[in-house]
Design a protein around this ligand. Structure first.
Ligand code: PLP
Length: 442
């Protein structure tokens, strides 16, 4: 059962097509998409669909590639929990020494549940931290608070004072750098709600340094998500480096620069082969302006670590044709994966079983969910090999911003999640039941 088929778009090393053999004569069977050593059809049968499947090898390899790219500079990778916050995935990352970037008290609690000792490698970001969340983060011993407004500074000082604790802080500066990405996930322009204007930073640091219970430690920046070109990262970082020099001249101790996350992935083709070079280019762009500053770099990647590590399995419920326009109606919907509806995002969609004789007979079709919204689609005019009702499809690259954005719209229970590691399969979140949804209602 080996030999990889290069013409079909898997996502090595996690998701690859393998040639099956059958019968006594070991004749060639269909090609089967596997997650590591496990055929996806088996997982669909055992756990049902829709089902999120993750490859632990992919996550580990991408994390290592990231680490290697930054080997020349002292750094800590603080994985951005919001990309995929399943406890088992956090545990896998924590075991590899990863820190975490959290944006809510809930995410902090997840990290503490996954690994209590990871708290000292947690950075707390977010534009609207409440006093309750701040207090919990102070008690946990958070590494760095990324402050996004003057009001938040005073709230933090007040909470820290009450606990007689010292809060390590950085301001998240808005460098006013444009990055080419979807407008909903671009954050580094002055018109966006994020951070404080870089032009106001010196005054804010001066203010913070006089406050008891606060300790200035660094400068933070995050310009957006799904940015595939390294130059805006370099541009933002050179502005940050200038600021670090100014702040040091003003007498502040700046030990950390937090570069945020945002490195994009390729959604239209596998990127396992090119990812190391891509992170290397990203690392070069970030570290060049920081040379000679002797800072400890914090990195907050999310999507680039887990995105290609996940697939969403979904079964075809019905095939239908309206005046020649063809549809596959599947059992997953926008509530399970909202990226196409929310951002017009492209995800490759492939059958988990491909009969070689069907490869030639492909047809253009829309892949849509059962929810009553025209936005409830996964792909439009996609050319797929012939598939039938009850066949299983895999929607690729859904490891980031997939399950975390799932909802119960249409009273649809959220999918189960499984984590594959070689030949082992672990259910890491059971499928929700309608009764789970009704429980909280009075
Ligand atoms: C969302 C976010 C990240 C992660 O972004 P990715 O594009 O997933 O790498 C990192 N830092 C902050 C502050 C964020 O808001």
């Amino acid at each position: 059962m080996t030999s990889r088929n290069q013409s079909l778009p898997g996502r090595p090393p996690g998701f690859t097509y393998q040639q099956t053999k059958r019968g006594l004569l070991r004749k060639k069977g269909p090609l089967a998409l596997q997650c590591e050593d496990i055929p996806l059809t088996k997982l669909a049968q055992k756990f049902g669909t829709p089902l999120y499947v993750y490859s632990s090898q992919t996550i580990s390899e991408r994390l290592s590639a990231f680490d290697r790219a930054f080997r020349d500079i002292p750094h800590t990778i603080c994985y951005s929990v919001k990309a995929n916050s399943n406890l088992s995935i956090l545990r896998l990352l924590a075991r590899k020494g990863c820190g975490f970037d959290v944006v809510s008290g809930g995410e902090l609690e997840r990290v503490m549940t996954a690994d209590r000792r990871a708290a000292k490698r947690v950075v707390f970001s977010g534009v609207g931290k409440t006093r309750e969340e701040i207090t919990a983060a102070l008690k946990a011993g958070t590494l760095l608070f990324n402050i996004e407004s003057e009001s938040e500074l005073w709230a933090l000082a007040e909470c820290a004072g009450r606990l007689r604790a010292t809060a390590p802080i950085a301001f998240r500066v808005n460098p006013d750098v444009a990055a080419e990405t979807h407008p909903y996930i671009s954050t580094g322009l002055h018109k966006h709600k994020f951070g404080v204007p870089i032009s106001k930073a010196r005054a804010l640091y001066a203010e913070a340094s006089g406050v008891r219970y606060l300790k200035v430690r660094g400068v933070s920046v995050h310009i957006g998500s799904q940015i595939t070109d390294a130059s805006p990262f370099g541009e933002a970082m050179s502005r940050v480096a200038d600021l670090v020099r100014e702040l040091r001249r003003d007498g502040h101790e700046i030990d950390y620069v937090d570069a945020g996350g945002g490195l994009g992935i390729s959604y239209d083709q596998p990127d396992a082969a090119t990812f190391p070079q891509q992170v290397a280019a990203y690392a070069a762009a970030l570290t060049k302006p920081l040379r000679e500053l002797k800072i400890h770099l914090l990195l907050e990647p999310g999507r680039s670590i887990v995105g290609p590590a996940g697939a969403l399995l979904t079964s075809i419920i019905y095939k239908k044709s309206n005046n020649g326009k063809k549809f596959l109606i599947v059992d997953a919907a926008m509530n399970d994966l909202i990226r196409p509806a929310l951002y017009g995002a492209f995800h490759e969609i492939v059958p988990v079983t491909v009969h070689t004789d069907q490869l030639a007979k492909s047809e253009a079709t829309d892949i849509v969910g059962p929810v009553c919204e025209t936005g409830d689609f996964f792909g439009r005019d996609r050319t797929l090999p012939m598939v039938e009702e009850r066949d299983v499809l895999a929607i690729l690259d859904v490891g980031a911003y997939g399950m975390v954005l799932a909802s119960n719209y249409n009273t649809r229970p959220r999918p189960a999640e499984v984590l594959v590691s070689g030949k082992s399969v672990k259910l890491i979140r059971r499928r929700e039941k309608v009764s789970d949804l009704l429980r909280a209602e009075l």
